[in-house]
Write a protein that binds this ligand. Structure first.
Ligand code: TYD
Ligand code: MG
Length: 458
């Protein structure tokens, strides 16, 4: 048995220190320094190279990776879309999300059936086998090739996985609850998380088994553990949503094998997660056109247009500095739009609170939502509802001009699909003859929005 050497690592910033200390001298965190034992094994300088060490693009018989053969489509269409066309063999995917959002549920559902996959393994370190079986029955899983285990020791897990055939799918739930006994710090610490992930990544690459790792998130919303964790894996997914709503959004942060801008929409039901194939209809389900302060925004997530309801409320303030509060929209951008309205249209918000909400628990990051936000604020200020069946999109510049948004045609088509009759967008938006039954109202400046709600303001 080789000798172990100690080193001291800060669990907050990952700094390696020469001795133990109560406060990390790099990041100043208290009680974060832990001892780690490093096993000194043999050095690798005598490694012998195999003849197929290098592979070439052409005439490559061993790694015959064609785009379709290395991808496996799961039964969950929304997940395939987010992954850029299915699971890639030998890839390692990290799925983060707050507790109770449905990570374990979606992964267990994923294991229901994927064509051509020899074995399915679900290893839970958080729940017992009985608890997982109970959930699998509730989800009506019926996969004879599914193996479930409850284990928190990475070495045992690696031994169990060693016999898996190439192309199998393994779920590890979760990386913060598994650990190795050769590392002194407890499971969930930086060194344990890093060590276990490295073991799993090495195994996935060597045996072309797909591994999906569940990661807990910190209160700031990032995956707990070292930031390097995200660099070690091929794909980082976040499962988001407000637990008070049924909707769950699957978002991709990093993808070595596909785009990162697609989202998947699910709803949590009594028998697991269901895909939402028409998110616009779902997010507009509570929309009431008779009310003031409500605008419909035609947004784009990835390549998919989604209609969303943007609600604004303007009310007299009771404090010296009025509030600018937003849910689902960037607060700085809201303050900027309020400043543009005050400056360019001489509206007075110095004694008014401005509240903004994106209905359904969704987050909007596109600048194209500006026009809808402005329309909702103006509508709420004058207590006049926006025209029925109207949709807004366009970026607002500091001068108050409406700028063109990308994918305008797709946004208009989505509005038409949902039965909307008017689309308000930038005057620079091109001609789209192909959207019947939709009137396209091109506007130049935010001042034009006043006439939309029949307010005379010159
Ligand atoms: P879970 O997958 O355990 O969350 P995570 O692994 O992210 O912590 O999901 C737990 C939540 O999902 C819990 O609040 C109950 C709910 N749920 C349903 O509503 N229906 C179901 O069929 C299942 C399995 C869970
Ligand atoms: Mg779980």
């Amino acid at each position: 048995m080789s000798k172990g050497r100690s080193r001291y690592v800060c669990q907050d910033c990952g700094a390696v220190l020469s001795k133990w200390m109560g406060q990390c001298e790099i990041c100043n965190a208290w009680n974060s320094v832990c001892e780690e034992i490093i096993q000194e094994g043999q050095s690798g300088h005598c490694a012998q190279l195999q003849s197929d060490f290098f592979a070439c693009l052409e005439n490559n018989t061993k790694n015959d990776v064609s785009a379709s053969s290395s991808r496996r489509l799961t039964k969950i269409e929304e997940l395939n879309r987010v992954l850029g066309g299915g699971l890639v063999d030998g890839s390692v995917i990290l799925l983060g999300g707050s507790p109770g959002i449905g990570k374990s549920t979606i992964l267990l559902q994923l294991l229901s059936e994927v064509s051509g996959v020899p074995e399915f393994v679900y290893i839970s370190a958080e729940e017992s086998i009985d608890q997982v079986l109970l959930r699998a029955r509730r989800l009506q899983l019926n996969n004879p090739h599914l193996k479930i285990a409850s284990c928190s020791n990475i070495h045992q897990i690696m031994s169990a996985l060693a016999s898996l055939s190439s192309g199998s799918i393994v779920i590890i739930d979760s990386i913060q609850t598994i650990g190795s006994d050769i590392i002194q710090s407890p499971p969930g610490s930086i060194s344990q998380v890093r060590f276990c992930t490295q073991e799993l990544v090495n195994f996935a690459k060597k045996s072309t088994v797909t591994i999906i790792i569940v990661g807990h998130i910190t209160k700031d919303g990032a995956i707990a553990g070292p930031k390097t964790l995200e660099h070690m894996v091929d794909c980082v997914l976040y499962f988001e949503g407000d637990r008070s709503y049924d909707y769950r959004i699957l978002r991709c942060e990093k993808n070595r094998y596909g785009p990162t801008d697609e989202i998947g929409v699910f709803s949590m039901t009594g028998h697991g997660l269901e895909e939402v194939s028409n998110p616009s209809a779902a997010f507009l389900s509570g929309y009431n056109a008779e009310v003031s302060g409500v605008a419909v925004f035609s947004g784009v997530e990835g390549t998919r247009p989604i209609l969303l309801e943007i609600q604004a409320l303007i009310s007299p303030t009771s404090i010296a500095i009025p509030r600018r509060s937003s849910v689902g929209f960037d607060a700085n951008r809201l303050s900027m739009l309020v400043a543009v309205l005050s400056n360019r249209c001489k509206m007075n918000f110095s004694t008014r609170d401005v509240y903004l909400n994106v209905a359904g628990g969704l987050k909007v990051t596109e600048p194209a939502a500006d026009l809808a936000v402005i329309a909702a604020i103006i509508s709420s200020t004058f207590q006049k509802p926006l025209p029925k069946q109207s949709v807004f999109f366009g970026e607002v510049s500091l001068s108050g001009e409406i700028r063109q948004a990308h994918l305008s045609f797709a946004r208009m088509k989505e509005a038409q699909k949902l039965g909307f009759e008017e689309v308000y967008c930038s005057h620079k938006t091109g001609d789209h003859d192909g959207v019947p039954n939709v009137k396209i109202r091109r506007i130049k400046s935010i001042k034009d929005v006043f006439s939309v709600v029949n307010v005379n303001r010159k």
